[in-house]
Design a protein around this ligand. Sequence first.
Ligand SMILES: Cc1cc2nc3c(=O)[nH]c(=O)nc-3n(C[C@H](O)[C@H](O)[C@H](O)COP(=O)(O)O)c2cc1C
Ligand SMILES: C=C(O[C@@H]1CC(C(=O)O)=C[C@@H](OP(=O)(O)O)[C@H]1O)C(=O)O
Length: 374
Amino acid sequence: MSFTFKDRISISIFGSSHGSSVGCILDGIPAGFKVDENVVNLWMTRRAPGQSSLTTQRKETDNVEFISGINNSYTDGGPITMLIRNKDVIERHYDELRERPRPGHGDLSLFLKYGPFRNYSGGGFLSGRMTAPLVAAGSIAIQLLAEKDIQISSYLQSMGDIRIKEDRFYDDLEVYGTKSRIPDSVSDDKADELIRHLQSQGDSTGGIVKTVVKNVPAGIGEPFFDSVESVISHLMFSVPGVKGIEFGDGFQLGRMNGSTSNDLFRMKDEKVKALSNHNGGILGGITYGNDIEFRTVFKPTSSIRKEQETVDIKNWNNTTVRVQGRHDPCIAIRAVPVVKCVTALSLLDLYLRRQSSYKGNFVNESSYGKDEWN
Ligand SMILES: Cc1cc2nc3c(=O)[nH]c(=O)nc-3n(C[C@H](O)[C@H](O)[C@H](O)COP(=O)(O)O)c2cc1C
Ligand SMILES: C=C(O[C@@H]1CC(C(=O)O)=C[C@@H](OP(=O)(O)O)[C@H]1O)C(=O)O
């Protein structure tokens, strides 16, 4: 079931970039939640292509059609089905790529796995377009988590050699008030300049998205195979272009000592507080009240206008390709809302699991003193 993530909640995605539509079925959400469809569409707009000169010029409104699972703004307990129509499809950009797989994209893998039946136009289902349904589902998860005051901040931390001045929890207005989603005006201007330069060179760049989650209750995450890190990573690697994720200080921990990497505990206002966050708020795969912090790296967009070496998969000889069409010069810019939404789906899944392994349920929280979670 490669198009389905199934746990306490399940998410199935369907469609392809140049087919009639893309969409998803989100199952396992209890009945009785109020879902604001405008909030869903706000997140869709934040991810949609063609919103600025720094992104692909494909123009999609990405309005969600709510097919099932939400009745008079409330979840009814059934699968939530959402459909997003593809409108601005130009197939001829992919004619040449039928026989000349783009280096760095999934074209060759798709051919080797599915042969001539593969859906290659627009990258088929190996397209960033498949993140539209992930955002539709994730924006519902964001709303549910907000009821528990669990807040997620995702922003572009770096693009190429440009890095944000300060890492902290940025609210959405700060992030989406920028051109590049780096919420620091000096870096934002530099990113804008870099993208324009790359566009003139027919090239692209990578980027890193930082995520901070605050007000996470202690006790979220299951030991071993379903640790917080595992579930977030499982879902995050479904996002095309993701090549790495690190929690807390991540790979830097390999260069530290125990005496500098341990997050020391102190009592503050009758609660345990950690003095630092080198472990990203997760110990033993389980949260303990600190913020969750992690970084997700996106590779540079593979579809660039520079001529590149490839093979002809009809005649099996060496050739070159120059990719035409409308592409993101930096995937990470548009991936910022995707990372936030995927984080929300992961945490909602883990949150609901913890609840059901304890007592009560997500909706009827009256039996829960909030203190029991801290
Ligand atoms: C929001 C988003 C937008 C993307 N836009 C493009 C694009 O315009 N051109 C492109 O070649 N790849 C783009 N990608 C990345 C490709 O879809 C991805 O590199 C490809 O599916 C191969 O998968 P992999 O990079 O994970 O190996 C985008 C990804 C995301 C998440
Ligand atoms: C359509 C979206 O982004 C697309 C992702 C993408 C890719 O290869 O991933 C390639 C481009 O597709 P096309 O050549 O059809 O314009 C992007 O525009 C989207 O994110 O909604």
